[in-house]
Structure formats: C-alpha cells, structure tokens
Design a protein around this ligand. Structure first.
Ligand SMILES: [Zn+2]
Length: 238
C-alpha cells in the first residue's frame, strides 16, 4: 500500500520515493503526495524524475484502493528510486477551493437546511448542487457574503485522527462518515475551527485566510428543488 503523504502534510511539494509496481506508463510508489481524483476533487499533476530524466504525471487515479500514477510514457521500473515534484500552483488552488467549499456548504446548511447532492472542484472554479426549495439570488448572495466574512476571520484548519466510534458521535459528521468504508477504524478529521468538521481525506489550507473571496458566477435550476451554484475565488491567497 502507498503511504499517502498529504494526509499529514498538505504543504509537501517534493519528496523521494521508490517505484513499487510499473506497468507500461502506470506506476505505484511506496509513498506519494500526488492526490488521486475522487470525491469531487481533481487529481494532482507534476513530475517524477529518475537520474535527471523527467516523466510528467498526467493523471492520478484510485484503482481498487491503490494509487496509480499515469505518466506521459513508459520507462520506470519497479525498484527505481525517484524524486517527485508536485505542480504546486494547481494543488494550492484546489486546496483553497476545497476548504472554501467546506465553509460555504456548512454556512448554507445552517441558514437554510440545504443539503449537498453533488460537487466538483477544479483549480479555477467549482460547482455545488444543493437541495433547496426557496432559492433566489438574494438569498444566495447573503449566504456567500456570510461565508466570505467567516473566511476572512482567519479560522485555523486542523487535521487529526479519531477512532471511528468517537468520530461518529460528532454532530454533522455521521452522514459522511457512514458513507466511508466500514472497515476504517480510524477516521481522518478536517476541522475548520468554529465553522465545520468533517471526515475527509482531502487537501486543505491551514487557515481560511488563504482562501480569498468566493464569487458566484452561475446559478442554475437542475430540477424542482435542485440548484447548481458555480463559484470562483476572486483574489489570490494571502
Ligand atoms: Zn472535503
């Protein structure tokens, strides 16, 4: 199994690793900070270097619980020692988006009871589908304004682990935790202190000040009570 380095350090940009399996242009590593696509999060990209020769990491996928790196070409072999470099600009945008998404969803839920039915994050924009009856631009603008105020307050984001039993007692976490594989005895918790707490395997910024400001770019009806919101982050991180 690959050790997922982003679990304990979302800011790790370079690391050394050993190739554990190689099949054509698809490889696994003993440890990686390349995040695989999943759960509405895009995969990381970057490069893997061996003896000065660079391979591009075009895609990272989860396949039967394994993390598979899809490279631009074949050439690496099992046992190779490699150096890995993340496309940090892309990753950092995704981290800011992901933490922004947590804040927005939680504030919207608190104010309106709206539940999320789907979401997709990209480095430059994100969308979220919510189940809500009374949904107009004024209400959404109000919620986004509130989310921006909370984000600007600068809440720390803590990542830690809890035994499953203990985690399941936390209000608001149960629904998501229940959707996780039942054999997980320990859950990774992402807490935007004072704002949101979730069981989550993703990459997040350390403080909400890094996010910038949310701006709604599109609102769409996707059914009787299903609405789609698209947003961007207006200013660069601090
Ligand atoms: Zn998340």
């Amino acid at each position: 199994m690959t050790n997922p380095l982003w679990f304990d350090d979302c800011y790790l940009k370079e690391w050394s690793s050993t190739v554990t399996t190689a099949l054509n242009n698809e490889i696994e590593l003993d440890q990686t900070a390349f995040f695989p696509e999943g759960g509405g999060n895009p995969c990381d990209q970057g490069k893997i270097i061996k003896d000065g020769i660079e391979y591009s990491v075009n895609e990272v996928k989860k396949r039967e619980g394994r993390i598979v790196h899809v490279l631009d070409r074949a050439g690496l072999q099992s046992g190779d020692s490699v150096h890995c470099i993340l496309d940090w600009e892309r990753r950092y945008k995704v981290m800011r988006m992901h933490t922004a998404m947590h804040c927005l969803i939680q504030i919207m839920f608190k104010d309106t009871g709206a539940l999320v039915t789907g979401n997709q994050i990209y480095p430059d924009r994100s969308r979220v589908d919510v189940n809500i009856e009374n949904f107009d631009r004024a209400l959404i603008e109000k919620i986004v304004g509130k989310a921006n105020s909370v984000i600007a307050e600068g809440h720390d984001v803590k990542i830690y682990y809890l035994p499953r039993d203990e985690a399941m007692k936390i209000e608001g976490l149960v629904k998501l935790a229940a959707a996780m594989p039942p054999n997980l005895e320990t859950l990774r918790i992402v807490e935007v202190v004072g704002v949101d707490i979730q069981a989550d395997g993703g990459c997040h910024v350390a403080n909400t000040k890094e996010i910038g400001r949310l701006k709604i770019t599109k609102m769409e009806n996707k059914g009787k009570s299903n609405r789609r919101l698209e947003f961007v982050l207006e200013q660069e991180a601090i």
